[in-house]
Design a protein around this ligand. Structure first.
Ligand code: ATP
Ligand code: MG
Length: 209
């Protein structure tokens, strides 16, 4: 059978158990051979705060996924110039895995609701299908309204055990010196501490990509 691959895109600033649960549930429920985490090089849509250097976000995703043989982490968006668009990333995965592979772009429902603002949404939908994980507070009916019938046909809704965790909340906790235990894997919590990420505005160092 042709390989089925999940592509989990995100800023991952930092990666947390919400991302990992969504990816693992997608992997198991859709029989994906693997899920590739793809940290954005330069997220086109995050403008309200200073995003941590891509290399640091990549390393955290790498640490978080290392223990799962069904997961991998890709540098593809780090090594590409310019803003990171899903359409370019999926095109690259299409080249890597071949025309017959089944590609699924995995997102949370909040991200999927904004799908029509993504770059070249129709072209992207022609190259992959979508798995929208129902994050707490989101409703599949809103998704059908936002996407319309044709796009909704390309989108599978995935119910996951709700993990109401966000990177925003982790950054807030880290900044105020609160524990990240049980919010993200120990190696990631350790990395954040060691590099003093989120502790103060200049500590992330390597200028936001
Ligand atoms: P931020 O708070 O900075 O927006 P985030 O927690 O939303 O961060 P992102 O890197 O923006 O994390 O999200 C990457 C992808 O993971 C998106 O598709 C998002 O919808 C999904 N996602 C994030 N958190 C969860 C969660 N708790 N449950 C399910 N999906 C999630
Ligand atoms: Mg988000």
């Amino acid at each position: 059978m042709d390989e089925a691959v999940g592509i989990m895109g995100g800023t991952f600033d930092p990666v947390h158990f919400g991302h990992l649960v969504a990816a693992e549930e997608a992997r198991l429920r859709f029989g994906l051979a693997r899920v590739v985490f793809v940290p954005n090089g330069r997220p086109p849509h995050k403008k309200d705060y200073r995003v941590t250097a891509a290399e640091r976000r990549y390393e955290m995703a790498f640490l978080a996924t290392a223990g799962n043989p069904g997961f991998e982490t890709s540098r593809i968006e780090l090594d590409r110039e310019g803003p990171s668009y899903a359409v370019d990333t999926v095109a690259a995965f299409r080249r890597r895995f071949g025309a017959r592979a089944r590609l699924y772009f995995i997102t949370g429902a909040d991200a999927m609701l904004e799908y029509t603002t993504w770059r070249e949404p129709q072209q992207l939908a022609g190259m992959c299908e979508f798995i929208a994980a129902m994050r707490p507070g989101y409703d599949a009916r809103h998704l059908a309204d936002a996407l319309g019938e044709d796009l909704m046909e390309r989108c599978r809704v995935l119910r996951i055990p709700g993990v109401d965790i966000s990177s925003t909340e982790l950054r807030r906790r880290a900044a105020s010196g609160e524990s990240l235990r049980y919010f993200t894997p120990p190696a990631v919590a350790q990395y954040i501490k060691q590099h003093r990420l989120y502790a103060d505005p200049d500590a992330g160092g390597l200028a936001a990509g």
